[in-house]
Design a protein around this ligand. Structure first.
Ligand SMILES: Nc1ncnc2c1ncn2[C@@H]1O[C@H](COP(=O)(O)OP(=O)(O)OP(=O)(O)O)[C@@H](O)[C@H]1O
Ligand SMILES: [Mg+2]
Length: 331
């Protein structure tokens, strides 16, 4: 009976994000007493109007079941962190800015979502709202003091961006440091992700303080390091890898972005920055090369237009396969 009730609750969505209350971790218990049913819900991140709306939908759904006469809904306070069930947390990082971390974060999320996984993105990149822009979302996250609700993308990827939370983008840099650290800590405690198979974290380039705060606030599974084939690439990749080693974090793999450009008219791949050394660099660190991503104007246009979820290249299935393949090595 409890299972039937639970299944009937799966169809009740959280207003504003459209994901079910079961998937969001809000159903805390089902108690039965003869033909009476009491559904215990967490009130986390739900404003009073949303609580009433959900309670009505829950009563409607459960009252329809055979053998149920009375339905009571009770809300209890709970911390978002206690309700979340996050399978794997993957940090995307680089030793240098502008190499395509946000693009790789977005593609990984899309690749995993296409495979039917529940996916979220935490955009901790303060250099600009790249992730919201790529996915065409701009609303501030919902919720209240009891918790923060992510914004939902078109294909159902949960998104939280530090840029959607901080005051104006031009807030003085000196204030941003502590503000960012506190915001990331708050994300670790207060964002209601519900159950996710994967949470992808888009890290800002350079300094170690944001990755450090992240690792302290979230149980990170490992990192994907992104680089481009320019200049001092080895040193730059090494910097990121050493930083992760200092924090005792695992590197899941590396991605070479802007590896080459394909010119269809002459059917040739041109390596603009010389022959790729991605394989060699990956071998040097002892991790797999997950992908070599070409410069693709069509992909850039989709990203600029907030339509990354429409991208459909073989790259996506490759990224998904490789990443899941690497993670399945885990004990
Ligand atoms: N393979 C690619 N093909 C075409 N355009 C790309 C490619 N990779 C990245 N870009 C474009 O280059 C720009 C920088 O990429 P992105 O924002 O992902 O880099 P980043 O490493 O996150 O940068 P930042 O350090 O500023 O956060 C974006 O406009 C993106 O659309
Ligand atoms: Mg970025």
């Amino acid at each position: 009976m409890a299972e039937r009730i639970r299944r009937s609750l799966e169809g009740v969505a959280v207003p504003g994000i459209g994901r079910g209350i079961v998937a969001m971790g809000l159903v805390r218990g089902i108690e039965m007493d003869g033909s009476g049913v009491k559904v215990l819900l967490a009130s986390t991140a739900l404003i009073p109007g949303a609580q009433r709306w959900i309670a009505d939908r829950v009563r409607e759904a459960v009252e329809q079941l055979d053998g149920v006469d009375r339905v009571e809904v009770e809300y209890r306070a709970a911390k978002a962190k206690e309700l979340n069930r996050i399978g794997r947390i993957i940090a995307v990082m680089s030793g240098k800015g502008g190499v395509g971390k946000s693009l790789v974060s977005g593609l990984l999320a899309v690749a995993l979502k296409r495979r039917g996984y529940e996916v979220g993105i935490l955009d901790a990149d303060i250099t600009g709202p790249s992730i919201p822009r790529m996915f065409g979302v701009c609303l501030p996250p919902g919720g209240d003091e009891s918790g923060i609700l992510p914004v939902m993308s078109g294909s159902g990827i949960e998104i939280i961006s530090i840029n959607l939370m901080l005051p104006a983008e031009d807030t003085a840099v000196m204030w941003r440091g502590p503000l960012i650290a506190n915001t990331i800590k708050q994300f670790g405690e207060d964002v209601l992700w519900g159950s996710l198979d994967y949470l992808i974290v888009d890290l800002p380039p350079g300094t170690a303080d944001v990755p450090l705060t992240l690792m302290q606030s979230f149980p990170v599974t490992g990192a994907v390091v992104v680089f481009t084939p320019q200049g001092l690439v080895e040193m730059i990749v090494r910097k990121a890898v050493n930083m992760m080693a200092d924090m005792e974090q695992r590197i899941l793999g590396v991605v070479e972005n802007m590896s080459y450009i394909y010119i269809p008219e002459i059917d040739r791949k041109i390596e603009l920055f010389g022959p790729s050394r991605a394989e060699e660099i990956a071998r040097g660190i002892g991790v797999p090369l997950l992908a070599r991503i070409p410069i693709d104007p069509a992909l850039a246009a989709l990203c600029d237009g907030g339509r990354i979820e429409e991208y459909d290249g073989e790259l996506l299935s490759l990224l998904g396969d490789r990443l899941i393949g690497e993670l399945s090595f885990e004990a």
